[in-house]
Design a protein around this ligand. Structure first.
Ligand SMILES: [Zn+2]
Ligand SMILES: [Zn+2]
Length: 367
């Protein structure tokens, strides 16, 4: 079928809105009419050639939509189902076999190769391949093909247009708190970096009953948003070196939990140094290869944990429906961090996101 999608034709090139041919779904695949798709930094890194995805390419990995057709071996979905498309995994490696699929040993190729696992492509223009299958979905288009393994059915009464970002940034931030930290009411919590992931973590800390909830960032407007989302205290990091002392003043002993989303080594170190004995720091910020950070050995030895987390350790089919319930119940006001754009304005969305004007751009697809 013919679809409309945003295509990047060369490294760091602009997104171009084009008509493309999309193949039919295979036996284990779904054809999804994409309603909206979040944009995350990974899409822009893909555009800019960080992952060697071949060009021309279609990105987009936070898609939400409605199933329009299913392959003949699909049993869990039917046309009309509302779905969020989440990250891919192989299902057979040692991590996938033990419910650690966010650390699938084949995840990089499945996300970034621009092809299905068997090497085939899904999109074409004038019979020439267009590389897609980005995170096995490529949702910057009005239709996408998703494997049933990576699609998550969501309740039909939830606002579908805001659910796509749960597939990556939303479950990353909330999962780091609810699946990894598992805080108890009254546990102290701080988040370093107030973007979409940091705000998601902050909302989860509020749902878990953390107190105090401290937000650290360099932008006053982001700290104001953090207060709206439930931060009890905010610290503006710009021009000051006493953030750890400030946190110790607020908490007495230091933090039970800290969440690092900035990807800056100096901030990561602060997120660890602000921990109380037996406290835990979860690292979400993704720095370039080669980035190092150091900690004092005796400090860590005192029961402190530092852990990296991908996709919130979540099993999306179980976790995303729980997040949707929180949204419907009004506990997770995800839409307040979003700015909506038509797909035709995708380059403006990308520029405003890179400039920090927009926290979470969401693209509405043409139909
Ligand atoms: Zn795997
Ligand atoms: Zn992402």
């Amino acid at each position: 079928m013919q679809i409309t999608a945003a295509v990047v034709r060369e490294r760091s090139g602009a997104f171009q809105i084009e008509r493309l041919d999309l193949c039919d779904p295979r036996a284990d695949e779904l054809l999804v009419e994409v309603v909206a798709c979040g944009m995350c930094a990974t899409d822009l890194h893909g555009r800019d050639g960080y992952y060697s995805t071949p060009y021309p390419a279609v990105f987009g990995h936070e898609g939400a939509g409605i199933v329009r057709a299913v392959g003949n071996a699909v049993t869990k979905f039917k046309p009309g189902d509302h779905v969020v498309m989440s990250y891919p995994w192989c299902g057979t490696c040692p991590n996938c076999r033990t419910d650690r699929q966010s650390y699938c040993l084949h995840s990089f190729d499945l996300k970034m190769s621009g092809r299905r696992a068997d090497g085939s492509t899904l999109h074409a223009k004038d019979r020439a391949p267009v590389y897609s299958a980005f995170f096995q979905q490529s949702s910057f288009g009005n239709y996408a093909i998703a494997n049933e393994l990576f699609a998550v059915k969501v309740r039909n009464d939830a606002p579908l247009e805001i659910l796509g970002p749960l597939a990556c940034g939303g479950q990353t931030g909330t999962g780091a708190v609810l699946n990894v930290m598992k805080p108890k009411p009254g546990d102290s919590f701080a988040v370093f970096g107030i973007g979409a992931v940091g705000l998601s973590g902050l909302m989860a800390a509020k749902i878990a009953g953390c107190d105090p909830i401290i937000a650290v960032d360099v932008h006053e407007h982001r700290l104001a948003l953090a207060r709206e989302f439930g931060a009890t205290h905010t610290i503006n990091h710009s021009g000051r070196t006493d953030v750890v002392a400030e946190i110790r003043k607020l908490t007495g002993l230091g933090l039970r939990f800290s969440l690092e989303t900035s990807a800056l080594p100096s901030v990561f170190r602060e997120a660890v140094e602000a921990l109380m004995p037996a406290g835990t720091c979860v690292l979400l910020g993704s720095a370039r290869a080669g980035t190092e950070v150091s900690f004092e050995t005796p400090f860590l030895q005192n029961g402190r944990t530092v852990r990296g987390v991908i996709q919130g350790d979540s099993v999306p089919q179980q976790f995303i429906p729980q997040l949707v319930d929180h949204i419907v119940a009004g506990r997770f006001p995800l839409e307040r961090m979003m700015t909506f754009y038509d797909l035709a304005d995708i380059n403006r969305a990308a520029a405003e996101s890179s400039a920090g004007q927009t926290i979470k751009p969401v693209l509405r697809m043409p139909h």
